[in-house]
Design a protein around this ligand. Structure first.
Ligand code: PNS
Length: 163
């Protein structure tokens, strides 16, 4: 059984992430979308909210599970009895950061392999941080996220007085 782990902050999940999830799910038996809990990182959404938005966006794809982890990604991957990390690659700008992370993970645990899924061109410029920034300043972001995520995002921004 080929299990792969797709880690990230998903703050919040975008259609770019969703594209990677749907395409990767076709290539493995089980895909675990693993939301990183990092108390030192200032996330807009808490862990439960981020997981809920992913659950809602994946529309019950049979072989996709949502989970969370804290600490080293490689430890989590091994705990899940796999060695496969999936990362999305949008543009050249992602490459250096992702390359360094893949090498570091390899250094930490040589068995673990990082595989890159190229994001479809229509999503190649979307990032969670850009979506949040545009939304906070009142721009239209409904095409970049699912309706459910859009609603949560707008509510969060209005409730937090961020707009
Ligand atoms: O969506 P992001 O924020 O680019 O995801 C980054 C993430 C969560 C995959 C990365 O920060 C991570 O793996 N964090 C876990 C801690 C860890 O293992 N760090 C060493 C990797 S270089």
């Amino acid at each position: 059984m080929k299990v792969a782990v797709y880690p990230g902050s998903f703050d919040p999940i975008t259609k770019g992430h969703l594209d990677v999830i749907k395409r990767t799910a076709k290539l493995c038996d089980e895909l675990i979308v693993a939301v990183a809990y990092n108390p030192n990182k200032n996330s807009l959404f808490d862990l439960e909210e981020r997981m809920d938005m992913i659950e809602n966006s994946i529309e019950n794809i049979d072989n996709v599970k949502v989970d969370s982890f804290v600490g080293l990604l490689t430890d989590y991957v091994i705990k899940k009895n796999t060695t496969i990390i999936i990362k999305g690659l949008r543009a050249v700008t992602d490459f250096e950061y992702e390359f360094r992370m893949a090498l570091m993970n390899k250094e930490i645990c040589n068995d673990v392999e990082t595989l890159f899924m190229m994001t479809s061109p229509e999503y190649s410029f979307i990032s969670s941080s850009m979506v949040k920034e545009v939304a906070i300043f009142g721009g239209q972001v409904d095409i970049f996220v699912t309706d459910y995520v859009y609603e949560k995002l707008i509510k969060k921004i209005e409730k937090g007085g961020l707009r």
